[in-house]
Design a protein around this ligand. Structure first.
Ligand code: URA
Length: 256
């Protein structure tokens, strides 16, 4: 492992196992051997209260945004009034980064900082997300970052089913336009929404999923959760490694 990567991992306060001078590589404890911790316990996700998916798969691209260009989509999002959140938001948070990125990061919804600045993941959680990306060799501007919701839910409450239904066609159009090789989905809400399930995030992370026409997606913990539960950073790191392996198996290269 190179010194820079090691420094990033240390910055993330992730223990790194290195080959000892002259000795065998100390094996990390298997992720699966660690007693699972029930994470981010929460009620059923938006839209799944009665077992109904938040969004019917067929609805996703039948929306009238499915043919929009980047500029058309962005102005549609900025002027969107499809759900009541447009009244309380400061501004819509469209998404940021390389519009032809190989990696797309999908979170839940803007918080207070994002609502103020108009950019996703700019608060403390955003700084940790940047460090996570850096640890695998990406600068923030080399990926595309977006959320399920483009408007801030007041008091950081969970997105409501009708808000998700109104907003998610924008995200699916963004996925089509970016056409990423890999999607990194952060947090329970985003994962359960995209996978149309109420399975706990602890069971969704650590494996490869496919969404939006078979695009590979890796689920990991939300950086805000990792700030509260740093002990889970080790699992997040193993999710990132799965994402890197998947990306490289698809011919992707990280220039770190
Ligand atoms: N949390 C998210 O899920 N998205 C953001 O943009 C900021 C915090």
């Amino acid at each position: 492992m190179n010194a820079r990567k090691l420094a990033y991992l240390n910055a993330l306060e992730i223990d790194v196992w290195q080959r000892r001078e002259g000795g065998p590589e100390a094996a990390p404890p298997s992720v699966d051997s660690v007693t699972p911790i029930e994470v981010e316990p929460a009620p059923a996700p938006a839209g799944l209260e009665n077992g109904a998916p938040a969004v019917a798969a067929g609805d996703l691209l039948s929306s009238d945004v499915s043919a929009l260009s980047w500029n058309e989509l962005e102005s549609r999002v900025r002027g969107c009034t499809l759900c009541p959140l447009h009244v309380s938001r400061t501004q819509a948070v469209f998404g940021v980064g390389d519009r032809q990125a190989d990696w797309m990061v999908i979170g839940e919804a803007p918080g207070a900082d994002e609502d103020r600045q108009g950019e996703p993941f700019v608060g403390r959680a955003g700084q940790l997300l940047n460090s996570m990306l850096k640890a695998v060799g990406f600068k923030r501007e080399q990926v595309f970052i977006a959320n399920i919701l483009k408007s801030r839910p007041p008091n950081n409450r969970d997105p409501r089913p009708e808000e998700v239904r109104a907003c998610i066609p924008y995200l699916f159009r963004q996925i089509e336009l970016v056409d990423p090789k890999l999607i990194l989905c952060v947090g329970r809400i985003a994962a359960q929404t995209l996978l149309e399930t109420d399975t706990p995030i602890g069971k969704l992370r650590g494996k490869l999923h496919h969404i939006a026409g078979g695009r590979p997606m890796v689920v990991t913990y939300h950086p805000a959760y990792l700030l509260r539960s740093p002990v889970e950073k080790r699992r997040a790191w193993s999710d990132l490694m799965l994402a890197v392996r998947t990306y490289e198996a698809l011919g992707g290269k990280i220039n770190s």
